[in-house]
Write a protein that binds this ligand. Structure first.
Ligand SMILES: [Zn+2]
Length: 131
C-alpha cells in the first residue's frame, strides 16, 4: 500500500510526508525516484540544435506529404468510382430480376379501394340535405 501511494505521487509529481518517509525506507521506490530525477535533469539540460534542422525537417515532411497526397487522391477517386459502378451494376441486375407484378397488383387494389371510397363519400355527401 505504501509503495502504491508513493508511485502514485511519483506519477503526479507531488510529494507528501508519507511518501518522503517511504522513499527513505524502500529501496525499489527510491531507485525509481532517482531514475525520474535523473531523467528530469537530462530534459532540463540545454541542447544545441543546428539552425538548419527545422528547415530540413519541414522540407522532408513536405516531400513525403505531397507524395502521400497524390497517391491518396488517386486511390480515393478510384475507390469512389468503383463503388458507384458497383452500385449501378447492382441496381441494373436487381431491376431486371425484380418481380413487379405483386407490387403493381397491390397498387391497383389500393387505387381501386381509394376510388371506391371517394365515390361512396361523394354519394353520401350528395344525399345529405344542404340546409
Ligand atoms: Zn516502495
Amino acid at each position: 500500500m505504501e509503495c502504491a501511494h508513493s508511485k502514485q505521487n511519483m506519477v503526479l509529481g507531488t510529494t507528501d510526508e508519507r511518501s518522503r518517509s517511504h522513499l527513505s525506507n524502500c529501496a525499489e521506490c527510491s531507485r525509481i525516484q532517482t531514475g525520474i530525477d535523473h531523467s528530469m535533469q537530462l530534459l532540463d539540460e540545454p541542447v544545441d540544435v543546428p539552425e538548419t534542422l527545422l528547415s530540413r525537417i519541414l522540407s522532408r515532411k513536405e516531400i513525403s506529404f505531397s507524395e502521400n497526397k497524390k497517391q491518396k487522391d488517386f486511390s480515393l477517386f478510384f475507390q469512389f468510382s468503383t463503388v458507384i459502378a458497383a452500385a449501378i451494376m447492382l441496381g441494373i441486375v436487381l431491376g431486371f430480376h425484380a418481380n413487379t407484378q405483386i407490387l403493381n397488383s397491390k397498387n391497383k387494389r389500393k387505387t381501386d379501394a381509394l376510388i371506391e371510397l371517394r365515390e361512396m363519400h361523394h354519394l353520401n355527401v350528395d344525399r345529405q340535405p344542404l340546409f
